[in-house]
Design a binder for this molecule. Structure first.
Ligand code: AMP
Ligand code: ZN
Length: 110
């Protein structure tokens, strides 16, 4: 997708600090962190939103990558989440899993 910022990251057109990479996914720090630790895990395949997913093993894989990174960076725990659509306050339309930590999370989320 030519105008997709996360596809450009996958293609190496926008440089990021890679925290983990597999054949299907890439993890890198969020540019606007909402916690002391905040990174994203994205599929290399362009998928607009969770509502477009058909291969659910991919979503499991995103979590596998996130936990692999978070286990080292956030030994005290972390939160994983995926925003979907307007009510989910999704702003980048290429599926991404957030992983936040480094402080206690608030509940309920806003
Ligand atoms: P969401 O509201 O779930 O769609 O969140 C999109 C996230 O992508 C936000 O937390 C942004 O800070 C993050 N983001 C946008 N552009 C970049 C970028 N170039 N590198 C890293 N994170 C980004
Ligand atoms: Zn994309």
């Amino acid at each position: 997708m030519p105008d997709c910022i996360f596809c450009k990251i996958v293609e190496g057109k926008i440089p990021v600090k890679k925290l983990a990479e597999t054949d299907r996914a890439l993890a890198f720090p969020d540019i606007d962190p909402q916690a002391p630790e905040h990174f994203l895990v994205i599929p290399k395949q362009h998928l607009v939103a969770m509502t477009e997913v058909t291969d659910w093993s991919l979503v499991g894989h995103l979590h596998e990558v996130a936990v692999g990174v978070a286990r080292e960076r956030m030994p005290n725990g972390f939160r994983t989440l995926i925003n979907t659509g307007p009510d989910g306050v999704q702003t980048v339309f290429h599926v991404h899993l957030h992983c936040l930590g480094g402080r206690p999370m608030r509940w309920p989320p806003g």
